[in-house]
Design a protein around this ligand. Structure first.
Ligand SMILES: C[S@@+](CC[C@H](N)C(=O)[O-])C[C@H]1O[C@@H](n2cnc3c(N)ncnc32)[C@H](O)[C@@H]1O
Length: 200
């Protein structure tokens, strides 16, 4: 039976009632660092999946990247568009389901940024997520970001182990897979910092 909480309506309701405890109000420090480090060259086109209110998208634009930020909750997209108007930082805020990306954006992106999207979907759909990301990346493209490995039952956020990521992303070379050293308080020691390159 599908879990209503994980549908677009379910997530949208959480935005409407401000039940958004995952949102720390700014870009996660490890992601700002990875962007600054230039794991992908500045000017590259990034897809940010499950982008929420767009904190990572605004940071990426500030740092010189082109961004398509994807979320299927209309309230999240509305918040991103409000932020775009308020800041003048321009990117595409797209209301779409991440599972359709390989059809709508086949081989379109230099990189995909993952932050609390993989842990937000039903774990039984993770292989579909991988298919969508693989299909949306250019050959040799990067998937980079954070995987949440908190070790607790239930979700969202659903736990993600190193073994799970390594098994599912088997078409990628793991250029980095380490514990993030500068996670948000409360997530310290619970996030894998990942830089994965799709083999050509
Ligand atoms: C835990 S929130 C994280 C939001 C943002 N990454 C952040 O850290 O603030 C998960 C987000 O993923 C979105 N989401 C979940 N499943 C999705 C799907 N299949 N397609 C697009 N967005 C999805 C939800 O609407 C929600 O905004």
């Amino acid at each position: 039976m599908s879990d209503e909480r994980l549908s677009a309506i379910g997530w949208n309701t959480r935005y409407l009632v401000q039940d958004t405890g995952w949102d720390k109000g700014h870009c996660a420090p490890p992601l700002a660092r990875l962007l600054a480090e230039g794991v992908v060259p500045k000017g590259s086109h990034l897809a940010i999946v499950g982008a929420g209110r767009g904190h990572e998208a605004f940071e990426a634009v500030r740092q010189g990247y082109r961004v398509t930020a994807i979320d299927f909750a209309p309230e999240a997209v509305r918040a991103m568009n409000a932020g775009i108007r308020a800041t003048g930082l321009a990117f595409e805020a797209l209301e779409a389901d991440v599972f359709t990306l390989h059809h709508t954006h086949a081989r379109a992106f230099d990189a995909v940024l993952e932050h609390t999207c993989y842990c937000a979907i039903d774990p039984t759909t993770r292989d579909r997520y991988v298919t969508a990301i693989e299909g949306a990346l250019k050959p040799g493209g990067l998937l980079f970001g954070l995987f949440y490995n908190h070790g607790r039952p239930g979700g969202p956020p659903f736990d993600t182990t190193e073994a799970d990521v390594r098994a599912r992303f088997s078409r990628f070379d793991f250029e980095r897979f380490v514990r993030a050293a500068d996670s948000f308080p409360g997530r310290t020691g619970e996030e894998w910092e990942a830089v994965l390159r799709l083999r050509e």
